[in-house]
Design a protein around this ligand. Structure first.
Ligand code: BGC
Length: 364
């Protein structure tokens, strides 16, 4: 079968003929890949900055944001049938008995760092005509979400973030009438889906993103009813003057120093959520002023990665809600579909579209 791989030596990306996977255990499911989303993590893998091939393999099959269709189920699989649409989770637990989060079904909080991630860390991904996975790592998706369900994994990042923001918020005494204000930094797919989630949770939401208007992402943002301010045209001070301080900042850019500048926009008791994985970047920073601000305002800087089963379930349910609220905008996040042969050019930028690029393996 056809697979998109990156070789560990030389980082060449290629469509390769690889053996088709078969069921090894009765708890597994064989899935035909329909679509795979491409994201910044794929770029880092291809540049050799992140990720690794499975041990014993000189290449990694790429792809971690996937929608597929079940074609075969093992004898012990009760929850899936041939023809079901499914989205797989990405991270798999480490082998250590002492790792409480992994043993508790939460490898997204793995404490040893020896987890694997399909398509990223030490395990082949989904950018192939077929893949096999344990049924317990799959989530069923209703047929009505066929055209947008490839966005599920991207939305899980926001689901896990919001869940943690709500947990952290419980430390603050007193009943609040509304969740407050949120600023989303970065109008890419992670940011746009994050903005939709924050809006639905009742936050008064603002988008703060690099590119000046007019541009596609700004248009999409404003169609949600969310004001868009360009960081090129508005300093953080101007953002605060116009929109007030934010109870939640949801960072979705992976741009390190630009993100830290936004910490000054945080309200007392606020939470700043970092989701991006940046490149190394040295900068001069007045850490005294930063620390003073954090301490005197009870603020939290929170890093978050990956997502758990409950976040995937929540994402599938919320995609259905978003489809009801903003059908056009949700569809428009997927701004181009490409054949597998285009993967490398999508990542390098030659064939990249305005928002989310998706690789199509099969129409099902
Ligand atoms: C993926 C996560 C993964 C992270 C780090 C992100 O792009 O969405 O599932 O944990 O990269 O590898």
């Amino acid at each position: 079968m056809k697979a998109v791989v990156v070789f560990s030596k030389g980082h060449e990306v290629k469509v390769l003929e690889v053996p088709e996977p078969r069921l090894d255990t009765p708890g597994q499911v064989r899935v035909r890949t329909l679509e795979v989303g491409v994201c910044g993590t794929d770029k880092e893998i291809i540049q050799g900055e992140h990720g690794r091939a499975p041990s014993g393999s000189d290449y990694l099959i790429l792809g971690h944001e996937c929608l597929g269709e079940v074609v075969e189920v093992g004898a012990e699989v009760k929850d899936f049938q041939v023809g079901d649409l499914v989205v797989p989770r990405v991270r798999r637990p480490c082998p250590h008995e002492s790792c409480a989060p992994c043993r508790d079904g939460h490898p997204d909080f793995c404490a040893t760092g020896e987890y694997t991630e399909r398509g990223i860390q030490g395990a082949h991904g989904f950018c192939a005509e077929f893949f096999v996975d344990e049924a317990r790592y799959l989530h069923r998706v209703p047929r009505e979400l066929r055209e947008v369900a490839v966005l599920t994994e991207t939305l899980t990042i926001a689901e896990k973030s919001l869940r943690q923001v709500q947990l952290v918020g419980q430390r603050v005494p007193g009943k609040r009438s509304a969740p407050g204000r949120a600023v989303v930094m970065g109008a890419g797919p992670v940011g746009l889906l994050g903005a939709m989630l924050l809006l639905r949770a009742g936050y008064e939401t603002t988008m703060y993103s690099h590119a000046p208007k007019p541009n596609e992402k700004a248009k999409l943002t404003e169609a949600l009813g969310v004001p868009y301010l360009s960081s090129e045209e508005h300093e953080v001070k101007a953002l605060v003057e116009q929109r007030g301080r934010a109870d939640v900042v949801y960072e979705a850019t992976g741009a390190a120093s630009a993100s830290f500048r936004l910490v000054t926009a945080l309200a007392p008791n606020g939470v700043f959520v970092f989701t991006g994985v940046p490149e190394a970047e040295k900068t001069k920073w007045d850490v005294g002023t930063l620390m003073k601000q954090l301490v005197l305002n009870n603020q939290v800087l929170l890093g978050t990665v990956n997502a758990a089963a409950e976040d995937f379930d929540a994402a599938v349910a919320d995609l259905a809600r978003f489809q009801g609220d903003w059908p056009g905008e949700l569809n428009a996040i997927i701004s181009a579909r490409h054949p597998p042969e285009d993967f490398a050019q999508v990542v390098t930028g030659d064939k990249r579209s305005a928002v989310k690029d998706v690789i199509v393996f099969s129409r099902g």
